[in-house]
Design a protein around this ligand. Structure first.
Ligand SMILES: [Zn+2]
Length: 470
């Protein structure tokens, strides 16, 4: 049925398995970082400029995907699924995290612009408990143009009937999303959130945090002598800290990227994302196969350095052990990356067939699907599927980028049906009546669950719902 014959999974050693599992849960950006780090640390590993197709190993002379693997085959509705070597995805030396990585993404990967709440919600959605979605929506719709909270936490807590701590937990998630620090109650809190996150990835001056916490007033008024007094450092040291803060932190997080989010559609800035998977249609007519491209963030081909392999027999014993280890690690990494790609490819083949209607026609066509079902069909462990799905995004033919997790969201389908029932109602139906109608359509869910889904969709209860005359 598929053109690419993927070898069945052989038993893996523990090290092999562990590394494959780690690689599997990485997004393509994270994978690129991991490979960069390995290349920097392991002399046995090298990246040659020759582009090879990660699916079939063929040398690719022209830019673009492998002409063989991206070709339609078999019966006309089989999806074409392949791992794609991108010559233009990342440039050499310019890691995806080097600051302007987004500029390198070609036009075809750019999605339509979206507003700030949607942009943030999409990032944190995989981490939200179902019960936290309303809280997140409440917080995000209460951001002012600076990206700061315009209402007190207590108000959200009161309205959502949850303790303030729950709201604060969701605020923390939002603060960690891009742009960093949104959802904070004030500028000081936004700066503190940013510095906390920044310090996880790079060195931050020791007293920067204290300067914001204790000397905020002076910091914002550029009173460096007073700031120096509070921190018991020299004036020039205080100036250095203030400089670091102004260079690296954004007091108004939303403006770092977004300008004024209250502006209308036209001025909404475009946000570009890198999906891990791009799904398109081969041709526009119905029945045309889906083309699923799994993006491999490698510029060139990863291989074991042949010179290194040759030299190893000639060197003395002490160094030999060290070299052997490097060689083993290089081999293992290459194997594990292939294994990762194989699993993602098989998963996507399954999803492209099973959720074709959803991919082409939207949420309402999502079929109920569990990770366990997929795991059983593909003969892998359920946790393997979970990892392959986690934190990855797919761009649908419509241009919309969705988390891969959405392919498994049962409630999404029920909620879409619920929406359509309510859209067609002549008089406002109670949750009990809605539950009965849903049961008739194959969704036997409790009235309480109907109420929950209705709230998630932002639809009022029957007694508050005004029905428009049909
Ligand atoms: Zn190929």
């Amino acid at each position: 049925m598929f053109q690419i014959q993927i070898p069945s999974l052989r038993p893996m050693t523990t090290a092999h398995l562990a590394q494959t599992m780690t690689l599997l849960s990485m997004t393509s950006v994270e994978l690129a970082q991991k490979i960069e780090a390995e290349l920097a640390n392991n002399p046995a590993l090298e990246l040659v400029e020759e582009r090879r197709c990660p699916s079939c190993g063929r040398v690719l002379r022209d830019p673009g995907p492998c002409p063989i693997c991206s070709r339609p085959h078999g019966d006309s509705s089989s999806p074409i699924v392949f791992v794609s070597a991108r010559s233009d995805f990342y440039q050499p030396g310019a890691g995806p995290m080097s600051g302007h990585g987004q500029d390198l993404v070609p036009d075809e990967y750019m999605s339509a612009s979206e507003d700030l709440p949607t942009y943030i919600l999409r990032q944190i959605a995989p981490e939200l408990q179902p019960t936290e979605r309303n809280i997140a929506a409440h917080i995000l719709t209460s951001l002012n143009e600076d990206g700061l909270l315009s209402i007190p936490i207590e108000e959200i807590s009161h309205y959502q009937h949850v303790p303030a701590e729950r709201v604060i937990e969701v605020v923390r998630l939002i603060q960690r999303a891009d742009p960093l620090g949104c959802g904070s109650e004030n500028v000081q809190q936004a700066l503190l959130a940013q510095i906390e996150i920044l310090s996880e990835t790079r060195p931050v001056p020791e007293l920067a945090r204290a300067a914001i916490e204790q000397g905020f007033k002076h910091l914002s008024r550029r009173q460096y002598s007073e700031l120096a007094n509070i921190l018991q450092i020299s004036r020039s040291e205080a100036e250095g800290i203030a400089q670091f803060i102004s260079d690296n932190l954004y007091p108004f997080p939303a403006r770092a990227h977004w300008g004024d989010i209250r502006h209308g559609e036209e001025s909404a800035p475009a946000v570009y994302h890198q999906p891990d998977i791009v799904i398109s249609r081969l041709k526009s007519q119905t029945g045309s196969p889906l083309v699923v491209e799994i993006l491999m963030p490698l510029y060139g081909t990863l291989q074991v350095n042949p010179a290194f392999q040759k030299e190893i027999s000639r060197i003395h014993d002490e160094l030999k052990e060290k070299w052997k280890l490097s060689l083993e690690q290089a081999n293992l990494l290459i194997k594990c990356i292939q294994q990762r790609n194989n699993i993602v490819q098989r998963l996507l083949e399954y999803l492209a067939i099973h959720q074709r209607d959803f991919i082409l026609n939207g949420d309402q066509y999502l079929k109920p699907l569990t990770r366990a079902q997929v795991a059983e069909t593909l003969e892998v462990h359920e946790s393997t599927i979970s990892r392959a799905v986690s934190s990855k995004t797919a761009q649908l033919p419509s241009g919309r980028i969705v988390p891969l997790e959405m392919f498994f969201d049962r409630s999404l389908h029920i909620r879409a049906t619920l929406r359509s029932i309510i859209a067609q109602e002549n008089r406002a139906l109670t949750d009990t009546q809605l539950a009965n109608l849903l049961a008739k359509q194959g969704y036997p869910i409790a009235r309480r669950t109907v109420a929950k889904y209705r709230a998630m969709e932002g639809i009022l209860p029957a007694n508050l719902r005004r029905t428009t005359p049909a």
